[in-house]
Design a protein around this ligand. Structure first.
Ligand code: B12
Ligand code: SF4
Length: 451
């Protein structure tokens, strides 16, 4: 048995504070493997280094592990203060001065750029991919005195039913309920689509690995009964898999009459009023839609494999079912030109009461098809470091003109948000008025008769 101190270093509160689920899952796996674990969340429990060092000393761990969630905020308008790795580097360096046990990092940020981040942070070990099996194995190898390399490659992907149950900590749950009114849970991993900008298939694998609905609902029940949770966000890359497996989970939620509310990311394709009505009965209260582009030309440019008419149908069904929906749309991506921008803005006007969050440019993540395209178009070279965010902007239109055009088109509409900082401002105001959670769902005013 070893003692593992695990830290969630993420302190971002934009768009709202999110429960450190990665840390909780890994902590659950360590505990199940017989180790003693202490979780520490820098957002909920403070970033003070002396306080943290005291907690570490009190626990006397054999290993210090850090969960790294975000590299940056994927918003091209942001500057250095939204690049979180500098702070992570200083954080590790401060801990290193006192902590003598090995320091290991993992998490989605790390898995996106493992070599570069491990070197930049100067940690002893960096675990790529899922931590449930890899971290307990590392702990055992270190305890046995084995020499272990800095980079630990991925294990075989776990099957859906092998994912660890998160070890929810009541102090943290209470903090997130107070701050955001919800915690989070994962019902599956992976995504079989290949949208050209997206890092999710790299992070979670190219196939859906689905958890047994009964286990998910058991966890929901525990969250409600033992932790007082009424609302969750499902963190799946895509909640609505095309084979409709997600409906089995929805049915299970319904059959257990959970009385919990939930939201998730949806791909705006292949579902309509019938599915929405069922999900609404099971507690769905808002949908975040991976619309990503607003015209057929740019949807193809992103290799979305869906067309605008399909998105519009899903949007109409959401309005008809009176379910708040938010579309996340990136302008300036592959093949965007003046005509597609004009068409896209006209298309977005058809979303009516639903919310649109628009972004300018697309963060290039290494290994995503967009990375190769940016190299081929001479936007970056193969050697360009992506540690600090680099954004793809279509060479076919002027960025400034594009941004002015979007702002003009959205002007005066509370449910059309651009630039992204506008969303943060509105949420700040709503937080002051006592609202919590997604908050954008409050911006939706359904017409008397749905469109
Ligand atoms: C769901 C989600 C959201 C939801 C969260 C809702 C909620 N209430 O939880 C919303 C939409 C709010 C959101 C917001 C943001 N997100 Co987000 N989000 C995700 C997503 C899809 C899943 C994250 C998750 O919870 N996974 C489930 C847990 C269990 O998995 P995990 O954390 O990866 O942990 C596993 C492994 O990584 C590993 N592991 C984790 N920790 C550790 C530690 C150790 C020591 C080890 C060994 C292993 C290990 O083991 C775990 C179990 O296998 C990821 C993409 C993805 N598919 O991973 C992006 C992602 C993490 N988000 C990202 C970003 C940027 C953001 C925002 C900054 C964007 C913005 N400006 O709004 C904000 C930040 C929010 C915040 N406060 O931190 C990026 C980070 C990359 C980057 N460039 O920085 C990602 C990777 C998506 C992307 N664009 O590529 N997000
Ligand atoms: S954007 Fe959504 S559908 Fe496309 S690859 Fe990423 S997670 Fe999958």
């Amino acid at each position: 048995m070893s003692r593992v101190f695990i830290i969630s270093s993420n302190t971002t509160t934009d768009p709202y504070p999110v429960y450190p689920l990665g840390m909780a899952v890994v902590a659950g796996a360590l505990q199940a493997a017989g180790h003693q674990v202490r979780q520490y969340d820098c957002l909920a429990q403070g970033e003070s280094i002396p306080q943290l060092l005291q907690a570490i000393e009190d626990f006397a761990p054999d290993l210090l592990s850090i969960s790294l969630r975000n590299i940056d905020n994927v918003d091209s308008f942001s500057g250095e203060d939204a690049w979180y790795l500098q702070k992570s580097k200083e954080f590790v360096a401060e801990l290193r001065k006192t902590v003598k046990v090995p320091i290991v990092v993992g998490g989605p940020a790390l898995t996106i750029m493992p070599e570069e981040i491990a070197e930049y942070l100067a940690v002893d070990h960096a675990v790529i991919g899922e931590g449930e099996r890899s971290l307990p194995q590392l702990v055992d190898r270190l305890a046995a005195g084995e020499a272990v390399p800095q980079l630990i490659s991925r294990n075989q992907p776990l099957a859906g039913d092998e994912f660890s149950a998160p070890l929810f900590d009541q102090e943290l749950v209470s903090y997130y309920l107070q701050q955001s009114g919800m915690v989070n849970l994962q019902t599956k991993r992976g995504c079989p689509y290949r949208c050209s900008y997206c890092s999710y298939p790299h992070l979670e694998g190219k196939q859906f690995r689905i958890r047994n609905p009964r286990l998910v609902v058991d966890e929901l029940e525990r969250l409600k009964q033992e932790h007082g949770v009424e609302r969750v966000f499902f963190t799946d890359s895509v909640f609505n898999d095309p084979h409709g497996e997600y409906l089995k989970l929805v049915e299970e939620m319904l059959s257990r009459d959970l009385g919990m509310q939930w939201s998730a990311f949806f791909r705006p394709q292949g579902f309509g009023r019938e599915e929405l009505a069922l999900m609404k009965r099971a507690g769905l209260y808002a949908l975040e839609l991976g619309t990503d582009a607003a015209a057929d030309r740019t949807l193809v440019g992103l290799d979305k494999r869906l067309c605008f008419t399909e998105i519009l149908e899903v949007n109409r069904a959401c309005l008809e079912e009176r379910l708040p929906a938010a579309h996340f749309v990136m302008f300036g991506g592959p093949d965007e030109d003046g005509a597609s921008l004009t068409e896209g803005l006209q298309n977005l006007a058809q979303f009516g009461a639903s919310v649109v969050f628009a972004f300018s440019g697309i963060r290039i993540h290494p290994g995503a098809p967009l990375h190769q395209r940016a190299i081929e178009e001479g936007i970056i070279s193969a050697e360009t470091s992506l540690l600090k965010p680099v954004y793809y902007f279509s060479p076919l239109l002027d960025r400034e003109w594009m941004e002015e055009t979007i702002e003009k088109s959205f002007y005066g509409q509370r449910n059309r948000i651009f630039p992204p900082s506008e969303g943060a401002k509105r949420m700040e105001v709503m937080t002051r008025f006592g609202f919590r959670g997604l908050m954008w769902d409050r911006l939706v005013r359904f017409p008397k008769t749905a469109q």
